[in-house]
Design a protein around this ligand. Structure first.
Ligand SMILES: [Zn+2]
Length: 136
């Protein structure tokens, strides 16, 4: 039986991140259907399962691979939406550095990173050129 399945799967695409995601979506939809009884969710879940099966058994591996890459890019963009709040002027590492202090320019709200422990210093905004005095 196992051998037969292996022979059946030869040259076919198989599973990837997108197929795992689709399985998850179809299960989630079925769960929604069980709780709510909405027929639409059942039909969509069934469609997703069929699509997933089609992708897994497909022999057009190049196209399936492309779909998976597109999915991964979308996923990456989606996850980045939630990370936006952490960005600073000097990139993502700036915030974690304890030797620097970050000030907001009073003119344009650009975040400026300056070394800590220098006393009162004049800071020039790299974006709009405005000067402001801060204690570090
Ligand atoms: Zn500025």
């Amino acid at each position: 039986m196992r051998e037969r399945l292996q022979r059946f799967m030869t040259g076919r695409y198989g599973s990837d991140q997108l197929s795992r995601f689709l399985s998850f979506v179809s299960l989630a939809l079925l769960a929604v259907y069980l709780f709510t009884g909405w027929w639409a969710t059942y039909i969509i879940a069934f469609a997703v399962i069929l699509l997933n099966l089609f992708r897994t058994l497909s022999r057009n591996t190049t196209k399936r691979y492309e779909e998976n890459s597109r999915f991964l890019v979308l996923k990456y963009k989606f996850l980045n939406l939630f990370k936006k709040g952490n960005r600073t002027a000097g990139g993502t590492r700036a915030k974690a550095d304890p030797n620097f202090k970050i000030f907001k320019c009073p003119g344009c709200s650009q975040k400026v990173r300056v070394p800590k422990g220098k006393g009162k210093i004049s800071i020039t905004c790299p974006k709009c050129g405005r000067e402001f005095i801060k204690r570090t």
